[in-house]
Design a protein around this ligand. Structure first.
Ligand code: TXA
Ligand code: MG
Length: 322
């Protein structure tokens, strides 16, 4: 599985041709790296599920190069969703919308809605544009990690996660470290009120400010029947046991904002200066714990609204449950 470290125009043309031929291409986005396949090719999409070890009823996000291609995949789009797309795309936001015939059951996990995103990374956008020039409609891409594990934020993470599950005809594109570092905000737009299914760096406050309407946030009490693996109670987890708060023992990993001193004997994994840096480096820190073969990591989460909500969501899901 060749690694493409210089994503020039011709390299991306070849990558798009490879996608069209039914191969998998792992590519960078501003959130995390994705494992891509032609979203209209059932066989290619099945290989994503195999490579990830992911249950097939968990739907995939379709990535497109611009809002101009949205109508191919989604219909009956509410006005508020158009407003969101116009404002936050390209960017770290996925909209769940009623599907057209193009979004088949093998993409939606059999649901009548489809997840769509326009990513903001240059390499991702150029790849998607080239794929569309070659007659493609969209690229299905979950995060490029094994099911339930930590999402990759650089090319070495992708290699570590998936190299033994990809074929020689597949490709991995290097686009540096992901700027945001945690997955996109997912918003269910199939009802009159938008519902945040997975918090991310497009925050509730940003949505409220733009739309001037009520925004709901998914909790297990909501009456929504949507299969989102990010809603599962355990996800995004390293091998090391993650504990939120608590006092580290000697030799435990430690993750907290840089201003919080490292307790004696603990091994500092990351020292982010603010919440943006915290999100960007969190998965790196969790992976480092596994590389160092630590058995426990103590995490002091950031407090507050905005991005801190998304970080706390991921930490709660990866935290060790007795
Ligand atoms: O930032 C991201 O969103 C990254 C990059 C690669 O774009 N992708 C990503 O994909 O995180 P994945 O598959 O790891 O997580 C996407 C989540 C899953 O929990 C999936 O169940 C949910 O989106 N999802 C996708 N389509 C859906 C649909 N039609 N209805 C409900 N949830 C959906
Ligand atoms: Mg994922």
């Amino acid at each position: 599985m060749p690694l493409i470290s210089k994503c020039t125009g011709s390299a991306l043309r070849n990558a798009a041709t490879s996608l069209k031929a039914g191969n998998l291409v792992a590519f960078p986005t501003e959130t995390v790296y994705g494992l891509g396949a032609d979203a209209t090719n059932a066989k290619a999409v099945a290989r994503i599920y195999d490579a990830k070890g992911r249950p097939t009823d968990h739907p995939l996000i379709v990535h497109i190069s611009s809002i101009d291609h949205l109508d191919k995949w989604a219909k009956n789009i509410p006005d508020y969703a158009i407003k969101l797309a116009l404002n936050f795309w390209p960017g770290p936001m996925t909209l769940i919308l009623p599907r057209t015939h193009l979004a088949e059951n093998f993409i939606t996990g059999g649901q009548d809605c489809v997840g769509i995103r326009v990513p903001a990374h240059r390499v991702a956008l150029d790849l998607l544009k080239e794929f569309e020039v070659q007659g493609g409609h969209g690229v299905a891409a979950p995060s490029a990690n094994r099911f339930g594990k930590v999402s990759p934020t650089c090319v070495n993470d992708v290699i570590e996660e998936l190299s033994s599950f990809l074929a020689f005809s597949d490709l991995i594109l290097d686009g540096g470290s992901s700027e945001v570092g945690i997955e996109s905000t997912i918003i269910n737009c199939t009802q009159s009120t938008p519902v945040i299914l997975r918090p991310g760096s497009i925050t509730t406050e940003m949505l409220k400010k733009l739309l001037g309407m009520k925004i709901e946030v998914f909790s297990n009490n909501n009456d929504i029947k949507i299969n989102t693996s990010g809603l599962m109670e355990s996800h995004y987890a390293p091998k090391a046991k993650v504990y939120i708060f608590g006092s580290p023992l000697v030799g435990d990993g430690f993750i907290a904002l840089g201003k919080i001193a490292t307790p004696k004997g603990a091994i500092r994994l990351i020292s982010p200066l603010n919440t943006e840096e915290y999100a960007k480096n969190l998965y790196k820190g969790l992976r480092l714990a596994d590389t160092m073969k630590l058995s426990r990591v103590i995490v002091i989460p950031p407090v507050g609204k905005g991005l801190a909500i998304a970080i706390n969501d991921r930490l709660r899901k990866c935290a060790f449950k007795k």
